[in-house]
Design a protein. Structure first.
Length: 282
């Protein structure tokens, strides 16, 4: 496959997607904002961002804007053969600024596009040459610069989302969307931050909320089960026995008991998957 170069404005409504090719976005006019697997930033004229393949990214244009977009498949001429080391440019998302020399090259590239492809149809081989020069120049400048760290997960915001939807069927995708991450990246970073999987974390939130309602309210157990995402009162009872060693009826008879975090046994997958409305993948 060949690389593709085009000039387009970005919609002023927020969009998100992922694609199986790499991408370079360089601002030509106005501003745009990107969030690439948790790394956020803005681009304007002579600044840009690198979007590796299969990385979920949110993007939005601000007012009158125009961007140069370079799509780079894994097997593009510009990143294969003797230029195969250029693929390292897409090891991680990042934002960058063009120096004076690259600004001159960008001006030349735009003139080539306007002269040779006024309707957007550039000769494939010439497009690869232009892309290869741009990628090579960027790689030479960025290879020794450390990539910016992705922002930390906002666990407080995730907690609020879980608690607000506790009685519903939650999916990993639902939580990942709150963090502007793909499911795979979210699950990996979530486990790094908390030591457990998203499903295990949601189960803990369900049980903590259920125990609080059992001890601090007189709601029927069936309603507590529904409010906290358990499929039935019996499902809630089984989960409480497994997590706390007592059924909800005994927890209710001890209203003075302290709310404690569920024991470590709850961190295992066990048979708890049948006790609550599942945190499902798409």
């Amino acid at each position: 496959m060949t690389s593709a170069i085009r000039q387009i404005p970005l919609d002023t409504a927020i969009h998100h997607h992922a694609h199986d090719f790499h991408q370079i976005v360089i601002g030509l006019r106005g501003e745009a904002e990107f969030e690439i697997e948790g790394l956020g930033g803005a681009i304007s004229a002579f600044t840009g961002c690198i979007v590796p393949a299969n990385h979920l990214h949110y993007y939005v244009g601000n007012g009158d804007n125009r961007q140069l977009i370079l799509d780079v498949p894994h097997d593009a001429f510009a990143v294969t053969g003797h230029q195969r080391d250029l693929i390292q440019l897409f090891d991680a998302p990042r934002f960058f600024a063009l120096d004076a020399a690259l600004r001159h090259y960008l001006d030349f590239l735009l003139q080539e596009l306007n002269l040779l492809a006024p309707e957007g149809r550039l000769d494939a081989l010439h497009g690869e040459r232009l892309a290869g020069t741009l990628l090579g120049s960027l790689h030479a400048r960025l290879a020794n610069e450390p990539a910016a760290p992705a922002r930390r997960l906002d666990l407080a915001a995730i907690d609020r989302f879980i608690d607000h939807h506790l009685g519903e069927r939650l999916r990993v995708a639902d939580l990942a969307a709150q963090a502007c991450l793909s499911e795979a990246h979210f699950s990996e970073r979530f486990r790094q931050s908390t030591g457990i999987s998203p499903w295990q974390y949601v189960m803990r939130r369900r049980l903590e909320s259920a125990r609080r309602l059992v001890q601090q309210s007189r709601l029927p157990l069936s309603e507590i089960a529904a409010r906290t995402g358990f499929t039935s009162q019996s499902a809630l009872s089984r989960a409480c026995r497994q997590a706390f060693g007592r059924p909800p009826s005994q927890l209710r008879r001890d209203p003075g008991g302290q709310l404690a975090p569920p024991p470590p046994a709850l961190a295992g997958s066990g048979s708890g998957s049948a006790t609550a409305k599942p945190l499902r993948r798409k």
